[in-house]
Design a protein around this ligand. Structure first.
Ligand code: ACO
Length: 324
């Protein structure tokens, strides 16, 4: 039997209208545009205003991806949504988006793998398609991460933004996703976490203790080392050489981490999609936002080989190597 591949047939994305520049941040936190740009590459971020939710951006990104693919919501068999900032505790944001799209009846669930959420969701969707279980799948990465930001904490507040991206995956005899690699190590949980919740309980603190705790320097070191190993593993799993890659579409956390991965692959920065300057770190939204930007700006062309990778809280790390 001929193999079934999962092919991306449409991409979409959505960002809040409100933009917060580094100069805006200088007004209320002890930081500088120079510090932020030199350490991270970030110039601005989009921030959801009160009332806007993860599901709102997920819905818009999904609509755009469906339109680009020429697929109706009613044709979907599955919706997988990566997020660590769901609208409400339950139902899942995937269920909320499913209903808004009018895709009722298909399976829908969220994946919480922090910044790796979209790539995890893509890996899961790929398995559903390869097994013959699903034919048309919507995969979304969406966040309102700034809801967890303590705007008085300069170590973290300068790093994050909000937004969403989505892809439609369809079963095809043509490649398609060649390989996905998903990993986690919960032993690192305390380096990057938000340790309150329904079961543990919330705290009598501002925002009920909901805020990102991060040991930036340690995260940086493990991220670089882990991503180096991950890209090697992914190339091997796909039976490819780095020279066969057309584009690297990395998680957009920090330009220095992105540059280190590109160097490892011997790829010039001209072949790396960078949106961290405009979007900052949108966690699970970052890779699909960068992908949609790359497609709509005409950089990524049909038939090209793309390496997607992400690293985040958990720690989790994940990759996908695919022909667009
Ligand atoms: N503005 C000005 N100064 C600052 C700021 C700020 N926003 N934040 C920290 N500083 C100061 C610190 O207080 C410190 O001052 P000191 O030397 O007087 O003590 C100094 O800058 C250096 O701080 P470091 O933490 O050593 O700076 P570093 O070069 O490591 O950069 C950063 C910090 C950008 C967080 C970096 O470590 C990083 O990017 N780490 C990866 C973490 C990450 O990307 N997390 C996102 C989520 S996880 C993921 O998606 C990968």
């Amino acid at each position: 039997m001929a193999p079934i591949y999962a092919r991306i047939t449409g991409t979409g994305s959505a960002l809040p209208e409100r933009v917060l520049t580094n100069a805006d941040l200088e007004q209320f936190v002890d930081t500088s545009d120079e510090w932020i740009q030199s350490r991270t590459g970030i110039r601005q971020r989009h921030v959801a205003v009160e009332g806007q939710t993860t599901g709102d951006f997920a819905f818009l990104a999904a609509q755009r991806a469906l339109e680009a693919a020429g697929v109706k919501a009613s044709e979907l068999d599955l919706i997988v949504l990566g997020t660590t900032t769901p609208d409400i505790i339950f139902p899942s944001t995937a269920c909320l988006v499913q209903h808004r799209l009018g895709a009722n009846g298909c399976a829908a669930f969220d994946v919480n793998a922090a910044c790796s959420g979209f790539v995890y969701a893509l890996g899961i969707a790929d398995k559903f398609i390869r097994s013959g279980q699903s034919k048309k799948v919507l995969v979304i990465g969406a966040e309102t991460l700034t809801r967890m930001v303590d705007w008085s904490e300069r170590e973290t507040c300068v790093l994050f933004g909000d937004g969403a991206g989505a892809v439609v995956l369809e079963a095809s005899s043509e490649p398609g996703i060649y390989a996905t690699c998903l990993h986690a190590d919960g032993g690192y949980k305390e380096l990057l976490w938000n340790p309150v919740g329904v079961s543990v309980g919330f705290r009598d603190e501002p925002n009920h203790g909901v805020r990102i705790n991060m040991s930036g320097r340690e995260v940086f070191k493990v991220a670089v080392k882990t991503l180096d190993a991950l890209v090697e593993e992914t190339l091997k799993a796909a039976g490819m050489e780095a020279s066969q890659l057309d584009w690297l579409i990395p998680h957009q956390a920090n330009l220095r981490i992105i540059e280190a991965t590109a160097k490892r692959l011997n790829m010039p920065m001209e072949q790396v999609i960078v949106t961290v300057d405009k979007h900052a770190n949108t966690s699970a939204g970052s890779v699909p936002l960068a992908l949609d930007y790359a497609v709509r700006s005409g950089k990524v062309q049909r038939g090209q080989n793309l390496l997607l990778e992400a690293f985040g809280g958990g720690f989790t790390w994940a990759s996908a190597l695919l022909r667009y």
